[in-house]
Write a new protein. Sequence first.
Length: 142
Amino acid sequence: MSILGNIFSKIFPSTHAANAPSATAGAAANAPTQAAPSPTPTTGTPPSVTPTAAPLSEIDVQKILDDMASKSSEKLNWKTSIVDLMKLLGLDSSLAARKELANELRFSGDTNDSASMNIWLHRQVMNKLAANGGKVPADLKD
């Protein structure tokens, strides 16, 4: 799984659309076999379909991360630091991992300028979270 995918999986519930591109494809492939056995007029929707409707609501990213930070033994400033965000999520925050994330997100700058890269990475991660159903404070994204 990509580093961005790992970030998503730590923040979004497993039923959220941002976490389920492969699950959605698998569900679509299995849909005819699941839908066919239920022509009985009981509930109208098979129970396996109900969780996929939930991701339409926004996930409050700030609340989730603030809750995680309050339980952390370290004082981590996830709102401004990509390193602290990754640490908070229990992910590798090494320079090599951040360079890999920069590559995933198509950073066009100099990855040896870690300060500029880190600022850009944090902003891009917040933008990606927002674009995939996360409610992110406006000052943390473009």
